[in-house]
Design a protein around this ligand. Structure first.
Ligand SMILES: Cc1ncc(COP(=O)(O)O)c(C=O)c1O
Length: 391
């Protein structure tokens, strides 16, 4: 029998990092010394007190059954407390917060929650790949908002044709941004909220990097804009903020009706999160935050090493104030960044990400992550600079 997939599934490509992992395993087996500057999985562990809480909670025999759908009240209260302390944003933990199995889960599920086939989604280009796959699997139509260097990698909302804006149902934003490392100020978020209100669009702001900032910069939540909760939800995550990427815990906050709909949709799919993970997550959000300062200094040093190497190698690149990535324009002589990344990987073992996997505007760029131990990053940049000088 010939298996016939859904047409939406047929058109979806495998997740880039899933195929890259396979290639890297093959190269490693051949003896190549691989240094990964590609994915965004933090290499550092969470603070010890968070791990201790997980262990202590897991020892409690009462913590092993199904947890409350949408998250334990302790976790949701911690989310609200965190938003109050960190952003001065008040949330009702019962109606305006929802626990997620990592924010990727919510980012995917929001599509089917809000979109009918043919609905228009406004999407930054470059984008986090799950935005596009989610939209495609919901059979919606995508309108790209290019993020250009000359606009500080912010979308130009006034450039969106009026009829598209009127018809659009949902708009993605993501600051601090993956992959560009750009940040957005409250003036931009205010403009976006106004635009969404005028055009009756739900803003979905994806904000997992608000606590990975450098040089004293403080990133914003879109919910800091007065009235933002009328039109916006925000995805956030413990993955990057607290080095808990493998734990799979995140949250959606904001507009109560969107949160209710997403909670209903996802209640058909999953059965909440392991309670000890939520207990430890609650402590991460509300406990001592001072360890994040030291951790961010580690990232900041790595950012500087990568930036200096890229400049020496002739890339056009900005020094990001936040997130875990440098977005670098390839020197013209190299042509295709996809080929460039393949050549660099095969000849030096340094694994980079071609910008085009994040959308058409990324076609001349590469993304470099800073989630590898500092000595390895230094070695990778040495190899990259030497390779570029030879080629
Ligand atoms: C922009 C962005 N959003 C969401 C995620 C997903 O994070 P998680 O599912 O671990 O919360 C990532 C991970 O790399 C990301 O870069």
């Amino acid at each position: 029998m010939k298996i016939r997939p859904a047409h939406t599934v047929e058109n979806i490509k495998p997740y880039f990092f899933a195929s890259l992992n396979k290639t890297l395993a093959e190269l490693k087996a051949k003896g190549l010394d691989i240094i990964r500057l590609d994915m965004g999985s933090p290499d550092l562990p969470p603070a010890q007190f968070i791990i201790e809480r997980l262990i202590e909670s897991a020892r409690d025999p009462k913590k092993h059954g199904y947890a409350p759908m949408g998250g334990s009240s302790a976790f949701l209260k911690a989310v609200a407390d965190y938003y109050k302390t960190r952003f001065e944003v008040s949330l009702n933990p019962k109606t305006e917060a929802l626990a997620l199995l990592g924010s990727k889960e919510g980012i995917f599920n929001i599509n089917h929650t809000l979109l009918d086939p043919g609905d228009i989604v406004l999407m930054p280009d470059p984008y986090y790949p799950v935005y596009l796959a989610g939209a495609q699997l919901a059979d919606s139509r995508v309108f790209f908002m290019p993020l250009l260097k000359e606009n500080d990698f912010l979308p130009d909302l006034q450039a969106i044709p009026r009829e598209i804006a009127r018809e659009a149902k949902m708009m993605w934003l993501n600051y601090p941004n993956n992959p560009t490392g750009a940040v957005a100020g409250l003036d931009f978020f205010t403009e976006a909220v106004e635009f969404a209100r005028e055009n009756e669009i739900v803003i979905v702001h994806d904000a997992p990097y608000t606590d990975l900032t450098f040089d004293g910069y403080r990133a914003h939540s879109i919910l800091e804009v007065p009235g933002a909760k009328d039109v916006a939800i925000e995805f956030n995550s413990l993955s990057k903020t607290y080095n808990m990427a493998g734990w799979r815990i995140g949250m959606a906050v904001g507009n109560a009706e969107v949160i209710r709909l997403l909670a209903t949709y996802k209640s058909q799919i999953d059965n909440s999160i392991f309670t000890p993970i939520m207990d430890a997550g609650a402590l991460a959000l509300t406990g001592d935050q001072s360890w994040l300062v030291e951790r961010n200094l580690v990232y900041q040093e790595r950012r500087d090493v990568v930036y200096d190497g890229l400049v020496e190698a002739g890339f056009e690149v900005e020094k990001p104030k936040a997130a875990l990535y440098l977005w670098a324009r390839l020197p013209e002589k190299f042509g295709d960044p996809m080929q460039f990344c393949a050549d660099v990987l095969n000849e030096t073992g340094v694994s980079l990400t071609p910008g085009v996997i994040y959308g058409p505007s990324g076609k001349d760029y590469i993304r470099i992550s800073i989630i590898t131990p500092t000595p390895q990053i230094k070695e990778a940049m040495k190899r990259l600079v030497a390779w570029i000088k030879e080629n």
